[in-house]
Design a protein around this ligand. Sequence first.
Ligand SMILES: [Zn+2]
Length: 257
Amino acid sequence: MTPPPATQTTLEDAAELFRKARRAVVLTGAGISTPSGIPDFRSEGSGLWSHDEPMEIASLNTFRRNPEKFYNWFRPLANQIFDALPNAAHQALAEFESAGYQNIIITQNIDGLHQKAGSKHVVEMHGTIRTLSCTQCYQQFSAENYLRLFIESGTIPQCGNCNGILKPDVILFGEQLPQSAWQEAQRATRECDLMLVAGSSLEVLPVAGLPIQALDHGAHLIVINNTTTYVNVRADIVITDNVATIIPEIIKRAIHG
Ligand SMILES: [Zn+2]
């Protein structure tokens, strides 16, 4: 059965929840970046997985044993991400924050598009492509210069201090989530009175468990995603549609009434 499209009433109701929220949390996944041309690099069918096993190549193990193999896989992805621009959904969320509403974004994406759009309070659960760290001396570098050169020449980024290989600060399979990000995400979840799940099918733990934590603390829940998620049955509002179309409609109503 095809779910009905979002009605004006549904959009108004969602806007009302945003207007009334004292602390809103927006949990974003790959679906908010696909309208910006970024494939979901963790799922099949994105084209990036056609030749290799994703769990194997995007893993810490492969990076340690064979960084060239990792970087060959990473090159087209890095290229797509570097050229990508925030879309209307990223922009609307940044507007909501700059209009004075308290709004924390917890994202599973590594593309930095929320920050490019102007959002200030972003918790990156799977790391970021915007920085690289040395695997030997742990110094951190801005990715801009290193990755541009890498994308153009294919030369694996090396540390300017010790010649160690630089690893993008993205969380690979087999790597722990960053503890500080996870703690911040949990605190924001406990304190929020509204959570919006946007463009995540909630399949990757432990982030997928956050909406339940928010509900257990009495928050309202809105889900906007192309496909159904396991928390839809408990959500106040479910809109099965493109986030880049729907989020601006809600935020516009929330800010301007
Ligand atoms: Zn180094």
